[in-house]
Structure formats: C-alpha cells, structure tokens
Design a binder for this molecule. Sequence first.
Ligand SMILES: Nc1ncnc2c1ncn2[C@@H]1O[C@H](COP(=O)(O)OP(=O)(O)OP(=O)(O)O)[C@@H](O)[C@H]1O
Length: 292
Amino acid sequence: MTTSTSGSALHAGAPPGRPILEARELVAGYLPGVNILNSCNLEVHPGELVGIIGPNGAGKSTMLKALFGLVKVRSGTVLLDGEDITNERADTLVRRGIGYVPQNNNVFPSLTIEENLQMGLYQDPRRFIERFAAIVDIFPTLGDRRRQRAGSLSGGERQMVAMARALMMDPKVLLLDEPSAGLSPVRADEAFIRTRKINRSGVSVVIVEQNARRCLQICDRAYVLDQGANAYSGPGRKLMDDPKVIELYLGTLAADVEQAQRGVEEADKGERADKGERAGKGDDDAPGAHVG
Ligand SMILES: Nc1ncnc2c1ncn2[C@@H]1O[C@H](COP(=O)(O)OP(=O)(O)OP(=O)(O)O)[C@@H](O)[C@H]1O
C-alpha cells in the first residue's frame, strides 16, 4: 500500500464498503472570497480511527468544523452513512449521530461532571442512566467523581469530560479537535490512549492533531492536509515511514520515528498485558466490552 494524493488511492488502506462519514471535494472558509479548504476529501469507515495532520493553518480544524456544520461549506458534499448532511445544523448532526469535541472551552466549569454529561444528552434526557453507565464503563473516574465541579479538574480531566459529554448521545462518529493541545506529555499521552479506548468501544473517530507522530501511531489511516488540500494519505504507520511525509510534516529523522515506533509497540504490549490481566479478573474493561 502506498501513500498517495489522487484518485481512489487517496483513501488507500480504507476497508471496503460504504464510509460512515465522507467529505467530497469540500470548499469552505470564514471570510467572503477566501477559501480555507480547497477541495478536501476524507472518508471514515465504520470502526476506523482516522487522523488529520498537517502544518499550522493547513485547515485541519476547519475541516472538522465543516463536517460538523460550524463553517459554511461553499461547495462539495458531506455524507453520513450515504445521506447528504452538508451544512446541516450542529444540533441536527448530534441527533443524527455525530459528536464533536472542540479544542477549547469544552466543559461548563461551574457545573459538576454529572451535570456536564447531562448537557450532552439534553436532546434525549430520558436515556441518562443508561448512557451514564456506558460512559462510566469507559471512564470509571467520571463515576467516582460525578459530583465534582468541572472547573476544579485538570486540563486532561476536563478533556475527558468533554469527550464523555460528546459520547452521551451515543454517536456513530466522534470528531476530536486536538485533544492533546495544552497538555503535558504524560497527560497528552493519556488523551491519545483515551481516544483509542473510545474507538475500540465501537465509535468511529476523526482526530485532528498537532502531535503528528503520536497521532499516526494510534490511527488506522490519516490524511495530511497542506494549504487546505489533501497532500498525502494512507495507513498511519505507512505515513510515518514515508520519507516525504517525515521531511515535510514530521520534522524529524527516520531514526527518531523508528524509536518512537518502538516506544509505542512497547506501550501496546503493556496495554495488552494490562487488559489481559484485568480481563482475567472479570473487569468491566475486558476486550469486547470496551477497551483500555
Ligand atoms: N474564525 C475564523 N475566522 C477567520 N479565519 C479563520 C478562523 N478560524 C481559522 N481561520 C483561518 O483559517 C486557516 C486555517 O485554520 P485552522 O484552524 O483550520 O488550521 P489548522 O490546520 O487547524 O491549524 P492549527 O493547528 O494551527 O490550529 C488559518 O489561516 C486561520 O487563520
């Protein structure tokens, strides 16, 4: 499988079948006459974890906002499960199965964790008990600390609450805008692990990230955007090995990438061992229910 920029190879490595979410030739922008996205494409297949990386100002966050109806799409199409949802309102999209976690201001600081999660379900409040239990299965901490005000939490914990709130409506696809932004390396790593955990619980995920290498390590596939257009794409680990991507976007030497890869493989081993141990104890985090 090679990384590529054109034709069907643009989605190289994607599973067969219809994408759950698809952007076709999106043109979008904020100011009249200025396009930030210039014919951008993206596919997310059921169960995939798809990354969007690229330099500052490439249009990564704008892509998420265009998918979620927060930036007007001037031409092109967004499809959810084959249905046209281009320029639908965000609340409609939430009802139809898309969750979105913005980079900033993503919790209500004066509300408790539980109240924040209630806000995520304001369109369907009767499902609170069932959905809260499902979320606590993925993030047990939130159950233990449900009465704590979100404003008293650390940046990493607030990010977890924001993700959990978006999951309350049981979305088919979750859009995450730079979940590691502003976090220390350790907390950033937890945000990536959390992202993978959400994905393994069955939710398709699109993640925009500045931390390109770490993003490529956890993604099934990724798209590299540059100046609002698709530059490269392919399976995450293939992109990590692509000398052009390394030179232009990862800003590092291949040896560093290999070292990073070895690091994540070690972490994966630890994660698997940890899961196996917990599964053996009949823990809720056993594979198949939701994954750690
Ligand atoms: N609300 C806005 N109004 C006008 N221009 C905007 C707005 N938001 C973003 N832009 C511009 O759109 C371009 C793309 O921004 P965007 O945030 O999508 O980039 P990005 O790839 O996510 O970069 P970064 O990683 O730096 O956030 C930038 O030139 C930015 O200045």
